[in-house]
Ligand binder design. Sequence first.
Ligand code: ARG
Ligand code: ZN
Length: 481
Amino acid sequence: RRTFVAVLAAVSMTITGTTLAGTPAQAKPRVTAQPGSPGIGDSYYPEYGNGGYDVDHYDIRLRYNPANDQLTGTTTILARATQDLSRFNLDFLLNVSSVRVNGWSATHARAGAHELVVTPARTIRAGQSLTVVVQYSGVPSQVLYDGYTAWRRTADGAMAVNEPESAWWWYPSNDHPLDKATFDVSVSVPDGVEVISNGVQPRPPIGELLGWTRWIWRTTKPTATYLTFLTIGQYDIVTDTAPNGQQVINAYHVGLGELGNAARASIERTAEVVEWSSGLFGPWPFEAQGGVAGPLDGIGFALETQTRPVYGPGFWRRGSNPYVIVHEIAHQWFGDSVSVAEWRNIWLNEGFASYAEWLWSEAQGEGTAQEVFDFTYASYPESSSFWQVLPGAPGPDLIFHGAVYDRGAMAVHQLRLAVGDDAFFQILKAWTSSRQYGNGTIEQFQALAEQISGQDLSAVLTTWLFTAGRPDLTGGADAQA
Ligand code: ARG
Ligand code: ZN
């Protein structure tokens, strides 16, 4: 592929050769080189991501000491310029000591809340390969953005698990789901400390210096930055082979006490849930499977980190909880393989992951999806502010509001009722297969659903996703609009 681009570049040089011949070398291109945009164009988070380049791969090489939360590292970014670039941005918060671009020392400066501005020594040409090496250090739990840090220091380690932003505290990136990449992550920690991340372990941890061990993780499928994670601390790691032959790597924090068994009784069902979900959503899109049970002093939510979700301890309080496993595994298709093109489309993630739980309930004989719909609808009184949040347009401060989940799942159920089961399950598979490893919008989903069902779905989607107030159930979809 690189060779092909080089050939094209040579051809265009020949074509424009006459123009260039009479001009001083580089004079014309220099005029056209512009700074890369500080944002990728997300309507909810205008500064997230960056323009002007596209990342293929991140190589993140870290050293971390839980005793003082000191992180030092080097991230090497393999990217390609999508325009002539005078400079470009990365999203990052830690202290940068040096940046090199294609081997040349580059200048760097901080701008805005989380932007690192890199000015290469030489203008970058559109289509050119970029190798960006960033060296840095910091105490990430103390680096605040808008008053908080997504790097949580725990009693015996740390965790970087958050949505929509988590990378800023451990590696520089183009932090938006539109720019997916593969990852090599390695972290050197004191002997006896475990490090867990996404994907496979290409080789076991290696002792490197006296008292230090390096852990190596690799992601080989395109991954959005917010779906990468690190958990560091005292974990029991349980490895196995899934029915489809893949590595299963589960990790349980050792301090879960009486919750530890419920965590195991849930996460150990991951391979079963993967198999069940593949029947509904299509082949499992990733290279490994697993789950991480985080510590008591870690996160208070779960996140669909790619290949290996991370679960907060609260989910195990009532015994095993297959529903949270089903939710995070459903996200591997709805969120991870097919990611939001803009964060306003969060219903495509949370509505469908929540509806997967209703389907699991139905399959397990614990209540049909219709019964769960009726219960959910009834549990929010008409006067509740719940009905004022639009799952299809919650606004940047409410992307994880309960309405995105519960009313979002109600919307999926109404869609199912409108098109019938045959078309509905066909739509789910067509969505995940046609956009695998890519991105999507609600409008694109509606277009696909209309194409497969042969119906105009604007009334049902407007009612359930985009209209404030509790929809009336008595008059049918048309009367509700
Ligand atoms: N996508 C996550 C889920 O499975 C949401 C996590 C939101 N919480 C947070 N603190 N970022 O529901
Ligand atoms: Zn979710």
